[in-house]
Design a binder for this molecule. Structure first.
Ligand SMILES: [Zn+2]
Ligand SMILES: [Zn+2]
Length: 486
């Protein structure tokens, strides 16, 4: 009885086994048979495989089955001192020795049953090296290390995937936000235009109604004249008929008096229809007239501001109509007022806002230096403060004639191509937005979205400029200025 159980590996897939089962050994054999045409050749040549051939074997062998391929069919463990029989099957040297022990004469291969006349095998150093390699790469330490690397790689991939998924989510959120904002803005833009259409529509209806009424009046006048004239004709005909009858009767009877005649109808003279007078009103520059009317209805339209003299720094001189302010060398006698700026050369408008949307325009001309915008009612008028939303100021500023900045902390430099002579300031109290426009072409220069809470006032600082020339004033543009030059 044999002491060792032999695991028979099926030769081919057709026999119902794993086709990879014979893996490396088969490859080794096949490769060898390509190199050395006969099995005998192998024995006689007694030459181990080249490294290139071994590499090809390893490369061809499916990774998962390599260990299996290097497993002895007798002990079912990795080869120990692997040897190859003439049939190309490999076994551990101790296993095959034990298997053949006690057998006299011919022996068989435990795997393919091929008979050999003697106990002959060849040590296969290449397979030995491969086994050692597999043994090393399946050791606990190696496996643990490999597992750790696998886990780490997997974890890094998992984190990366999570990052990408989060990024996808963020992109989708952004797209949703853009769509939502776009839709919202579309609604608002449509609303603004609808308001304009409504004004135009109302104006058109009104003009057409007036035209219709005037036309009606003219027609009625002529109609009345026409009717009066027709009535006069009928009366004349009646009278003529009476007179003709009387004339005929004179032959038979003595006519003592004229027949009774109807009083003569008076027909007032209707003045000629004056086509010019009628059409003048409608052949006027109707678009401009309507635009002027629309201008008054704009919401927000330019607010007619005036300066609040009580807030003016003593070095600011305000014009009599309170629409122009200019810095001056001498301190102007002033009354103490809690509203007055005492440190900085500032001034506010008299009109403050705490709800709704407001727009005003300021002429700065070619002044090389100014600050303007909006200030909270609560700003400290007696302190020297850096202008920024944090201190209650939302401003745009010019320095050195061409350096524009938004009054953030630190300043935000703005690239503004042309030098606006007029600036528009838009304050939306409800949405806390303060925007600056070049009022010459209405291009947006800067927008604060963290505008004032509570009451705020239009703010101006003419600054102290170069004394070599007379400083130009800051002017508040009144409605009629804007309307006529717009
Ligand atoms: Zn074995
Ligand atoms: Zn065999």
């Amino acid at each position: 009885m044999r002491s060792t159980r032999v695991r028979r590996v099926p030769k081919t897939a057709a026999e119902g086994g794993d086709p990879r089962a014979e893996g490396a050994l088969k490859y080794l054999a096949a490769h060898f048979s390509e190199q050395r045409t006969t099995v005998d050749g192998l024995w006689s040549a007694n030459q181990p495989f080249t490294m290139a051939a071994a590499a090809a074997v390893v490369a061809k062998s499916p990774k998962g089955s390599l260990r299996e391929d290097l497993t002895c069919a007798i002990c079912c463990d990795l080869f120990r001192e692997p040897v190859m029989l003439a049939c190309m099957h490999h076994f551990c040297k101790p296993c095959i020795s034990r298997y053949w022990r006690g057998t006299q004469g011919p022996v068989t291969c435990p795997q393919c049953r091929k008979e050999f006349s003697s106990k002959q095998f060849q040590t296969n150093y290449l397979v030995t090296a491969m086994v050692e390699k597999v043994r090393a790469t399946t050791s606990d330490t190696y496996m643990k290390n490999l597992e750790k690397q696998l886990k780490e790689t997997l974890e890094s991939y998992r984190l990366k995937k999570e990052d990408f998924i989060n990024s996808i989510r963020r992109d989708k959120d952004k797209m949703d936000t853009i769509k939502r904002f776009g839709t919202d803005l579309q609604t608002r833009v449509k609303g603004e235009f609808r308001a304009l259409y409504q004004i135009l529509h109302d104006e058109e209806t009104c003009a057409l109604e007036q035209l219709r009424r005037e036309q009606e009046e003219e027609l009625e006048k002529v109609q009345r004249h026409l009717e009066a004239t027709e009535m006069a004709v009928r009366e004349l005909e009646d009278n003529m008929r009476a007179l003709q009858q009387a004339s005929a009767a004179t032959e038979s009877i003595i006519l003592t008096e004229l027949p009774q005649l109807r009083s003569r109808v008076q027909v007032a003279v209707v003045p000629e229809f004056d086509t010019n007078a009628f059409s003048n009103k409608y052949l006027a520059p109707l678009q401009y007239i309507t635009w002027r009317k629309m201008f008054k209805s704009l919401n927000p339209g330019p607010a007619p501001l005036t300066f609040d003299v009580d807030t003016a720094h003593p070095n600011i001189q305000v014009s009599r109509d309170k629409t122009a302010a200019v810095e001056c060398d001498v301190m102007i006698p002033h009354t103490d007022h809690s509203k007055r700026f005492l440190q900085c050369v500032n001034i506010l408008a008299a009109q403050g806002f705490q709800s709704g949307r407001h727009y005003w325009e300021v002429e700065v001309g070619s002044k090389p230096k100014w600050d303007l915008g909006v200030a909270s009612e609560a700003v400290d008028r007696h302190a020297r403060i850096k202008l920024s939303p944090e201190t209650g100021y939302w401003t745009l500023r010019l320095r050195n004639g061409s350096e524009y900045s938004a009054g953030t902390q630190p300043w935000t430099r703005l690239q503004i191509g042309s030098s606006p002579q007029r600036l528009g300031v838009f304050l939306d109290c409800d949405e806390r937005r303060v925007s600056f426009y070049n009022a010459d072409d209405m291009s947006l220069l800067y927008s604060f979205t963290n505008g004032p809470r509570g009451k705020a006032f239009p703010f101006f600082s003419p600054c102290i400029s170069d004394r070599s020339q007379k400083p130009p004033p800051i002017k508040l543009l009144q409605y009629h200025h804007v309307a006529l030059s717009g």
